[in-house]
Design a protein around this ligand. Structure first.
Ligand code: SAM
Length: 273
């Protein structure tokens, strides 16, 4: 199929197609898929990454929501027997059924980047690494450390699940149509949290969200407003040698983990849901 037959880009689906083969090469060498590994690609679009992935991975599953692009990509299935194309919304895809050891690679539609990242990281035990193209500003939030304005729920939850490296920036000129903002590619290597249960992860996430619910309030007041027992939170901070007037943005990931442990050791301090 020639370029003239390519479906026009739909803006609200975040269709900014990569056109620079050099960026494709850099993404593949970061993801390092091998012939015995499976890749999940979200939003294959016109297939520029999909083709490269099919050449280097054992199996590729590519989920595309746009039926026109899904139809356009279908011709790849004869060329690449190791490709499974799925027509659908990645947010509804059963990530919990991915084969263990899956690699996720995506040039994500911008509107989807944060929600899909939270979903993927909930299944961190199935995924070894993720190589994602995102808005540069989201990449900065992912790697942000405590104390800065980019640091928030996304930073803490993503760093809880993965070691994250911002690999390189990508200029709008590498896409058609050109996006309004700069992009960046990040590598997330998931952590092996053996002690983590679904319940402990959910409890941790609830505390982090509650802590950042009101950025200008102290952590104690934010948690109290979300139903946590104030006395217990103050005691937990004191046990960690942290000031009762500290704000969420000044707590490191490790301090959040220790705080959550302290709070959950006294279940009466947790709000009933
Ligand atoms: N991978 C291609 C590339 O690099 O050129 C396309 C990337 S483009 C930024 C994002 C792709 O995600 C588009 O093809 C778009 O149709 C698709 N998409 C948007 N929302 C989606 C969703 N909810 N589930 C799956 N794919 C989606």
């Amino acid at each position: 199929m020639g370029d003239s037959a390519l479906p026009a880009a739909i803006k609200h689906l975040g269709q900014n197609f990569l056109i620079d083969p050099n960026i494709v090469r850099k993404i593949i060498s970061l993801a390092e898929p091998s012939l015995d590994e499976s890749v999940l690609e979200i939003g294959p679009g016109r297939g520029i990454l999909t083709d490269a992935l099919c050449r280097s991975a054992g199996h590729v599953t590519a989920i595309e929501v746009d039926p026109r692009l899904h139809a356009y990509l279908s011709e790849r299935q004869t060329q690449f027997p190791n490709l499974t194309l799925v027509l659908g919304d990645a947010m509804a895809y059963p990530i919990e059924h991915l084969p263990l050891g899956t690699i996720v690679v995506a040039n994500l539609p911008y509107y989807l980047s944060t929600p899909i990242l939270f979903r993927l990281l909930e299944q961190q035990q199935r995924i070894t690494r993720l190589v994602l193209m995102l808005q540069n500003e989201v990449a900065d939030r992912l790697v942000a450390k405590s104390g800065g304005s980019s640091y928030g729920v996304l930073s803490v939850m993503a760093q809880y699940s993965a070691e994250i490296t911002k690999a390189f920036k990508v200029s709008p000129q590498c896409f058609r149509p050109r996006p309004d903002v700069e992009s960046a590619v990040v590598l997330l290597r998931t952590k092996n949290r053996i002690e983590q249960t679904r319940e402990s992860r959910d409890q941790f996430a609830a505390i982090v969200r509650a802590a950042f619910a009101h950025r200008r309030k102290t952590l104690v007041n934010s948690l109290r407003d979300q139903g946590y027992d104030q006395k217990h939170v103050v005691a937990a901070l004191s046990a960690l040698h942290l000031s009762a007037s500290i704000r969420a943005e000044n707590l490191s990931l490790e301090e959040f983990i220790m705080l959550a442990r302290q709070i959950h050791e006294s279940p009466s301090s947790i709000p009933s849901r």
